[in-house]
Design a protein around this ligand. Structure first.
Ligand code: BGC
Length: 254
């Protein structure tokens, strides 16, 4: 199947058509920067622009950086607060005129990594963490992906992602060693509770794993994501095949 995958991130949206039988991008990805926090209506316009860029009329899978249940958005830690309570599936279906599956961005990345990437063929318990503007997380077991929100584990009264996401490293001007060591404490806390056998680290920073993996020191085997930053696009497309109830466009905005 050919499905358009779109990854909504804290600072940019990226999309590309994906061959879901191979996990390959069928065209060069199209990226739109969002330097300011945009409203749901403005975001819907950008999603519409991406669909039009590819002249797309088929199904679309979209990963969103927040809790999504049954296409409704429940949290939006790093995007506009007006997303909370919004039926994102309907919003984006209406903006594109296509059927849409909306899910969590890290759950999408986990689908891609477990099907075609660093977790391919792995049947044990895997934890995927994406380190970007926030921290995304999912637990995977025997082909099932369970979205989680481990980036919001409280540290000193704040979400862990405020300290150990990739953007926190830049904002706090930490060296790779300082950041890697704090990330290690966080990862070890997660390990105490979840005991994954494999940890997959995604997000743009996973391309620099040589610089910080040595400081993390997990109990489990830890590997960078194979798709690096593209897992979100591929996984969003894959999520469509699992969706029994795609959101169709409506004439009225929700
Ligand atoms: C959100 C998650 C998301 C992660 C990565 C967090 O702030 O709560 O849902 O997966 O950022 O984008």
């Amino acid at each position: 199947m050919k499905i358009l995958g779109i990854d909504i991130g804290g600072s940019a949206l990226k999309g590309a058509p994906v061959d879901t039988t191979t996990g390959r991008l069928l065209a060069e990805r199209f990226r739109v920067e969002t330097p300011t926090v945009v409203t749901p209506a403005a975001m819907a316009k950008i999603v519409g622009l991406i669909a039009r860029h590819f002249n797309w009329q088929g199904p679309i899978g979209i990963g969103f950086p927040g809790v999504v249940q049954d296409s409704r958005i429940f949290t939006s830690a790093n995007l506009h607060q007006r997303f909370i309570g919004c039926d994102g599936g309907k919003l984006f279906a209406t903006a594109t005129g296509c059927k849409v599956t909306l899910g969590n961005d890290a759950a999408a990345a986990a689908l891609a990594e477990m099907r075609f990437g660093a977790g391919k063929g792995f049947q044990g318990k895997a934890l995927l963490l994406t380190l970007g503007t926030g921290i995304g997380s999912s637990l995977c077991y025997r082909g099932i992906v369970v979205p989680t929100e481990l980036g919001h584990l409280p540290i000193k009264g704040k979400s862990a992602e405020r300290f150990v996401s990739s953007s926190a490293r830049k904002r706090r001007e930490l060296s790779w060693e300082e950041w890697g060591t704090e990330l290690g404490e966080y990862v070890q806390t997660l390990e105490r509770i979840l005991w994954p056998e494999l940890i997959i680290i995604g997000g743009g920073v996973s391309a620099k794993s040589r610089k910080f993996f040595k400081f993390v020191k997990p109990h489990a085997k830890m590997v960078p994501a194979k798709f690096l930053n593209e897992a979100g696009i591929v996984g969003a497309a894959l999520s469509v095949e699992q969706d029994k109830k795609l959101q169709a466009p409506t004439s009225k905005l929700p």
